[in-house]
Design a binder for this molecule. Structure first.
Ligand code: ATP
Ligand code: LTN
Length: 334
């Protein structure tokens, strides 16, 4: 809770280009909360450098992601959209929370294990303590809920554990956050290996739909999507490719699994894939148009960056000062 209002935090890394998975699993859900919650949507550029980045490219991607948050429907006057690196309290709280996190807990994080396996030449300490910085992000804003895709569930659990541990020593300092994982779209699968989640760092460009892909590319990628050797459009565990397409179609059109199965009962995979591609392209087109328009308005975006960083700083510093006092850091003399 923040000033008597429920609070929400979420973020995305400014690495790669957003995929349909990022959109349907997270971003699409974000727009529903602005009335009921004090919301904070962060571009987590500090998390991005756990993997080596080209500086100019990172700066560009961070701005592009922030612009995309707005293009996807977040009103920057109602939602606090900002860069993590503009609010130093993230790093400061992260240090304190490091001292309340066990190595045994971090050793169990599957994202760390996956990324360490992928970047064997750079298994740095930041990659290891990544979840602690994420806990700091969330706890700084006394967040009640955190809307994310299914893969972030484990990070939410460690955040809760760290917060509860801290509270048990110092009293009720942090709100204990709940993950908000949508019923549909929480795990969109790769179009090429449907047993794997769609990921922006996938090396095969046909595996992911990117939010900026044009209509022809989207339709082509869906046409090439790996399915199975049957011909029936039916949701089933042993048909991961088709089930994933049914999920995607369902979210983009609002149709249930049963409705989709019925609609395509007498169609082949080709027709179904075309319908899925068209529905996704239609959903993304207005976002792409808005993005192009926003990109032209440098002053507007610059102003959002400035105003929202100030707002985020205000709330974050409030929590940080409370924490610093609790752990015994000397008072500031004004
Ligand atoms: P990377 O592959 O670089 O690790 P990613 O595509 O997994 O990136 P993140 O930046 O880690 O993306 O995730 C941003 C948000 O999107 C998170 O809330 C995450 O849970 C969600 N998300 C990522 N991939 C999917 C997916 N395939 N389906 C649903 N949600 C997803
Ligand atoms: N680890 C997240 C990104 C992230 C995040 C957060 C999400 C960093 N800090 C706080 C929600 C709340 C990911 O999507 N890979």
């Amino acid at each position: 809770m923040l000033d008597g209002k429920k609070s929400l935090f979420s973020g995305m890394q400014a690495t790669g280009t957003l995929t349909l998975g990022n959109y349907l699993g997270a971003l699409k859900n974000w727009v529903d909360f602005e009335e009921e919650y004090e919301t904070f949507y962060c571009v987590v550029d500090m998390h991005s450098i756990t993997v080596r980045q080209d500086p100019a490219e990172l700066r560009k991607r961070a701005r592009s992601l922030l612009t995309l948050y707005i293009a996807a429907g977040l009103n920057p006057e109602k939602n606090c959209i900002y860069y993590q690196s503009h609010v130093s309290a993230h790093a400061e709280l992260s240090w304190i929370l490091n001292c309340f996190t066990y190595m045994g807990e971090l050793n169990r994080m599957t994202q760390f294990k996956d990324k360490a396996a992928k970047h064997t030449d750079n298994i740095n300490a930041g990659l290891y303590t990544y979840p602690v910085l994420m806990a700091a992000d969330i706890l700084l804003f006394q967040s009640d809920i955190v809307p994310v895709g299914f893969d972030q569930k484990q990070h939410l659990e460690i955040t809760r554990d760290i917060a509860e541990r801290f509270n048990s020593v110092y009293g009720d300092v942090f709100t204990i956050p709940d993950p908000y994982i949508g019923k549909q779209g929480a795990k969109i699968m790769s179009l090429q290996e449907p047993e794997k989640k769609m990921s922006k760092s996938d090396e095969n460009p046909n595996a992911s739909i990117f939010l900026m892909d044009d209509t022809d590319t989207i339709i082509r990628k869906f046409k090439r999507a790996v399915t199975d050797s049957e011909s029936e459009i039916r949701y089933s565990e042993d048909k991961p490719g088709i089930s994933n397409l049914i999920d995607v179609y369902g979210i983009t059109t609002g149709k249930s699994v049963a409705e989709t199965e019925k609609e395509f009962a007498s169609s082949g995979y080709g027709d179904f894939k075309l319908a899925v591609g068209e529905s996704v392209a239609n959903m993304l087109k207005p976002i792409q148009d808005k993005y192009a328009e926003l990109q032209k308005d440098k002053d507007y975006i610059d102003n959002i960056i400035k105003v929202n960083a100030d707002k985020a700083n205000y709330y974050a510093t409030k929590t940080l000062r409370k924490v610093q006092k609790k752990v015994g850091f000397p008072e500031r003399i004004r």
